[in-house]
Design a protein around this ligand. Structure first.
Ligand SMILES: *Cc1c(COP(=O)(O)O)cnc(C)c1O
Length: 473
């Protein structure tokens, strides 16, 4: 039987990520044989609706025929070549097309393979910029409380998730955090916008005091993913941009999770001046619980870019950039940054590299992904999908054991008042039994489905999640 054999071999030979391996003595790994659309299939014909887009990467379904065709075509031409001293059409085209789509001024693209490396690059580039300008003391960073920017040492040093950090404290350089504008943390009766403005004042106080030793402020725009899909008012981004300008500190937008249409616009930074939802208040009434969701979907369409929004100094992308196909990440930056490295001396250049930087197959997958966005009017279609989803999610949002139901673009999240300390594990297991792949973070359940999810699949997801919540409360 392929299943049990594969499980045993996997446990013996593969050290799985973000996993206490001993848990798999009791909890079987899920063997996947193939994927199609929003579904994953095991060897016995069981199927799972991938409601978390395989760790937030998949946009247009598994084995998407159009992306498959692009990668296959590239395979017949050039699988890889080093990007130092050489170049190729897919990397050039991808850089050009992203510069067109991204917030204004992001004219230069630096490639790597995973999200954490993109964060490392942005941090190093920022500090090196200040060094090249003769300000070597500007080498510190500040990030939001509960932020997540990846788990390599540099990225982990600006990540504020205790579980991921604690064992490595001695290896990390200390960087400060400032309060998160996550609206769940607002005071009783305080609106999300007011709370975001209050947090921006605290950011200002920090920048005012420390700007001489700060290279950059790094932030996950609109949604702090690993914090439990913490959502916040976009006015914070607008203020952060203005404050970084005022105090001469770079703004790094980590759009690794939220970029590529996930928040309703191609990039979350585009919404900085365009609040997608009415001010929120925290509190007990059912009306308050609506929060930033869309029981009242925004009547005015969100911009597709260009009008409104902010431009960061650095924009980090990964996850959805290749449609969830191949490891690819990149950092876009302004011409001002680029020019600070452009000199006769080698050492002033950015001497950072990864073997697979700008891999042609991954770039072709990314180009095919951008084609689908353009050809299928994906952002607009997602707005109708999100409105429909919010409508059918009403019973869940109003469930007496559900708190802080929230939505931004194609991300939904809520907390469940469950007595079970191992809620996340139980929910994951019950979901698998009901053909769903859900992976709660603590007591936060979230949906981050591929954009191709259909009406029937949405209906099934909602109905079965309601059943699971009922079972665990
Ligand atoms: C996933 C993620 C990263 C890290 O990306 P990896 O490819 O997992 O290294 C960094 N920042 C954010 C916001 C992320 O969601």
């Amino acid at each position: 039987m392929p299943n049990s054999d594969l499980l045993a071999r996997s446990r013996a030979a593969v050290w799985h990520p973000c996993t206490q391996m001993k848990r798999h003595e009791a909890l079987p790994l899920v063997p996947i044989a193939r994927g199609e659309g929003a579904w994953l299939y095991d060897f016995d014909g069981r199927r799972y609706l991938d409601a978390v887009s395989s760790w937030w990467v998949n946009l247009f379904g598994h084995c998407n025929p159009r992306i498959n065709a692009a990668v296959a075509d590239q395979l017949g031409k050039l699988e890889h070549v080093m990007l130092a001293g050489f170049t190729h059409e897919p990397a050039v085209q991808l850089s050009e097309r992203l510069a067109q789509l991204a917030p204004a001024g992001m004219g230069h693209c630096f490639y790597a393979s995973d999200g954490a490396s993109a964060v490392e690059i942005a941090l190093k580039m920022s500090a090196h910029y200040w060094l090249n300008l003769g300000k070597p003391d500007k080498n510190g960073f500040v990030s939001l409380q509960n932020s997540y920017h990846g788990e390599t040492l540099g990225a982990l040093s600006v990540t504020d998730v205790a579980l991921f950090r604690n064992a490595y404290g001695a290896l990390l350089k200390h960087h400060a955090t400032v309060p998160s504008p996550d609206w769940r943390l607002a005071a009783q009766g305080e609106g999300a916008r007011d709370y975001a403005l209050r947090c921006a004042e605290l950011l200002e106080a920090h920048l005012q005091q420390h700007h001489a030793s700060l290279a950059a402020f790094i932030v996950e725009p609109l949604v702090q993913g690993a914090a439990g899909m913490a959502m916040y008012h976009p006015v914070y981004l607008q203020r952060a941009r203005a404050l970084c300008d005022r105090y001469g500190v770079h703004l790094i937008a980590d759009e690794i999770a939220v970029g590529m249409g996930r928040t309703g616009t191609m990039f979350a930074c585009e919404q900085a001046e365009n609040p997608p939802c009415p001010p929120l208040t925290k509190g007990g009434s059912a009306g308050d619980r609506k929060g930033c969701n869309s029981s009242t979907p925004s009547p005015s369409p969100l911009p597709n870019g260009g009008d409104g929004g902010i431009s960061p100094d650095f924009l980090c992308l990964s996850k959805g950039i290749s449609g969830g196909y191949l490891p690819l990440s990149l950092v876009m930056c302004t011409d001002n940054i680029y020019r600070a490295f452009y000199a006769d001396e080698v050492a002033r250049g950015f001497l950072h590299s990864h073997s697979y930087s700008g891999n042609p197959l991954a770039c072709r997958a990314a180009l095919a992904t951008l084609d689908i966005f353009a050809q299928d009017g994906v952002l607009e279609a997602n707005r109708s999908k999100a409105a429909r989803f919010n409508h059918i999610l009403r019973p869940l949002a109003d469930h007496p054991k559900v708190r802080h139901f929230r939505n931004t673009g194609m991300i939904w999240a809520f907390e469940v008042d469950s007595p079970h300390r191992d809620f996340a594990q139980r929910c994951f297991t019950l979901a698998l039994e009901r053909e769903l792949l859900l992976r709660p973070m603590d007591k936060t359940v979230y949906f981050m489905p591929p954009y191709i999810i259909g009406d029937a699949e949405m209906d099934m997801l909602v109905a079965r999640t309601l059943g699971i919540v009922a079972h665990l409360c």
